[in-house]
Design a protein around this ligand. Sequence first.
Ligand SMILES: C[S@@+](CC[C@H](N)C(=O)[O-])C[C@H]1O[C@@H](n2cnc3c(N)ncnc32)[C@H](O)[C@@H]1O
Length: 233
Amino acid sequence: MYDVANSFFKAKNTYYSNAIVQIDMRKILLSEINQHYNNILELGSNRGEFSKMIASKIKFNNFYCVDINDFSNDYDKRFTFIKQDLNDFKINKFNNIKFDLITSNACFQWLDLKKIITNLNIISDKKSNLIFSTFGVNNLWQIKEHFGVGLKYLSISDIEQILKPHYQNIKIFEKDYELNFSSSIELFRHLKLSGVNAFSGVFLGKNDLKIFNDKYHNTLNYHAIFVSASNLF
Ligand SMILES: C[S@@+](CC[C@H](N)C(=O)[O-])C[C@H]1O[C@@H](n2cnc3c(N)ncnc32)[C@H](O)[C@@H]1O
């Protein structure tokens, strides 16, 4: 089991400059957010970089941000920050607010999507949009192939099946990112500094570095999935 909270907290000062893919994903997700909302909820908001992008683009009344780590000092008074583990969802944290936009960038891969969708239904407004990104089955395939470790990612069709009972106008698209590093040491440094701790507990030896150089040519692929849907009411 990865220590998600710990790896993101450790990477909090280096995440911004190393999370190249997640930063591009924010821009794509933002292009899906085009109307004004009353109550916005962002899940896995980290230090609020995406939250601030949304807040400068559209008007809103309330903006709640949730993360398992305490990043409250990074948020100004436009936002209400809640520290909470989304695997242990507590409705009473949201002051009976019904959200008309629920969004999340690069976080749902850590969560049980089916469970989170059921919980989100309770705090969704009658007319509500769900706009999120996550990672797909080919994500970091080199790490999975070599070390045999990685998250259990959902396919596009899995995601669609989970959303269908609750959402309509479901739009799903994907993007593949190929990152090339100057050495395998740089490749593993990138993973560590961006908080991806997929191989925590795996001993990284000289032979692994050589294989990543010779077989994978110091390349890593990220597989991003983007979803935009509206409530079925
Ligand atoms: C890859 S980062 C993405 C951060 C941010 N959304 C962005 O655009 O850069 C994933 C975030 O999800 C948070 N996270 C992971 N598991 C979580 C959980 N169970 N409950 C709440 N937050 C979680 C991490 O602490 C981290 O801030």
